[in-house]
Design a protein around this ligand. Structure first.
Ligand SMILES: [Mn+2]
Length: 240
């Protein structure tokens, strides 16, 4: 029987964002603190960890120092601000330099990160270009092992794919409903949002450092055989 798993889910950290660079770093620090305080089993970062390709070196170094404080499996996918298309921040940054616990989804066709010790399989498809042809859930197939199946994706949720088919990186309700998985961790919207459809729990976490604080949050997810996915929105307020 699969063990109960506790995950922390964040997105849209936007390290290096111009005039808000310090706020953004404090947001990352808060997420790392919460992950360590709550002793979660894994951390998921659902895109836009970095704000752009030209983030100053000192901001990168501070972000890497925060990621290095984590002592737990951490899976990072990229978003439209830190996509893999040139120029990309990931020509300058290897996240694994912060430690082997940091796993970066760099495969445009999608890939699994399997953590046997905690019965977890995380799937993500890397974003190369944020455009209408990019479909973040495309190519998903359920992992064959007996693991918790978690999908990590960065994009724009639409109720009906035909209504807003011009939008870039669409994630439609129908696509979510068709996933055979236990949880979908979403990024791109800077606020908490429940996009669950059918039997599939899917949530945006919001950014950890949204200005004004009222929207700043992270998600704490408990996956258990008894209850499925239970999601707690953790308000983060204004980072200290
Ligand atoms: Mn985004």
């Amino acid at each position: 029987m699969r063990r109960t798993l506790r995950l922390l889910h964040t997105s849209d950290v936007h390290i290096g964002e111009g005039s808000r660079a310090d706020l953004r770093l404090r947001g990352l620090r808060r997420v790392v603190d919460v992950a360590l305080d709550r002793s979660v089993d894994a951390l998921l970062i659902a895109g836009d960890l970095f704000d752009e390709s030209r983030v100053p070196d000192e901001q990168i170094d501070e972000a890497m120092a925060e990621l290095a404080r984590l002592d737990l499996p951490t899976v990072v996918t990229c978003g439209n601000h830190d996509a893999l298309g040139s120029p990309t921040i990931y020509d300058r940054v290897a996240l694994s330099d912060a430690g082997t616990h940091i796993r970066f989804a760099a495969e445009p066709e999608g890939e699994y990160f399997v953590f046997e010790g905690i019965d977890l399989a995380v799937w993500s498809r890397s974003m190369v270009v944020h455009d209408p042809d990019n479909l973040p859930l495309d190519g998903y197939a359920p992992h064959p092992g007996d693991h918790w199946r978690v999908v990590l994706a960065h994009g724009h949720h639409v109720d009906d794919a035909t209504d807003e088919s011009h939008r870039s990186s669409r994630i439609s309700a129908a696509d979510i409903a068709a996933l055979e998985c236990d949880f979908v961790a979403l990024g791109h919207w800077h606020r908490f949002f429940d996009a669950s459809t059918g039997n599939v729990p899917a949530f945006y976490s919001g950014s950890p450092s949204e200005s004004g604080g009222s929207f700043a949050s992270a998600n704490h997810i408990t996956l258990s055989v008894e209850h499925g996915a239970l999601v707690e929105r953790i308000p983060l307020g204004d980072p200290p």
